[in-house]
Design a protein. Structure first.
Length: 159
């Protein structure tokens, strides 16, 4: 007898509440990331401010909603993005800071909606926690001078 399994439900879903830019933010995020799509949209009516939507990036679901001016984001929570190449770091960085985003230090940025991101190369931990403590220290010193992470500069610091 064949058995069917229920679809896997994502245990934790990031829920982003905006003042009134949820749809604009969702559209930006879906345009920025490869393998992203809008899953659903809900409006009370075309002229009402209520909007919620669900989108996916790399199979991970996110929910967005307009909640009013009393909702805002804080830097204590960020979306951490693993990047395989410098080209990917550069592309995501430029798309997320355009039109009013703010560059932070050490790979952090805040987009125009106030959402904080970390755009981080996948090999960063290996460089910062190198088995040679002097090389790790040089990588950390180099990273602290950066806004957007420069993989070649970090690798050079550990050479």
């Amino acid at each position: 007898m064949a058995t069917t399994s229920a679809p896997t439900v994502q245990k934790i879903t990031t829920f982003l509440t905006f003042n009134n830019q949820a749809e604009e933010a969702m559209n930006l995020y879906v345009s920025v990331f490869k393998n992203a799509r809008i899953v659903s949209v809900s409006r009370m009516s075309e002229d009402a401010p209520f909007f919620s939507g669900t989108f996916e990036v790399g199979g991970q679901k996110f929910i967005v909603m307009n909640g009013g001016a009393h909702f805002s984001f804080a830097q204590g929570i960020s979306l951490f993005v693993h990047c395989e190449t410098q080209a990917e770091v550069d592309e995501l960085w430029s798309k997320l800071i355009e039109n009013g985003g703010i560059e932070g230090q050490c790979g952090w940025l805040t987009d125009k909606f106030g959402v904080t991101w970390q755009i981080i190369p996948s090999n960063l931990s290996a460089l910062l926690y190198h088995s040679d403590p002097e090389k790790a220290q040089r990588a950390m010193k180099a990273m602290r001078q950066m806004r957007k992470i420069d993989i070649a500069a970090l690798e050079q610091a550990t050479a």
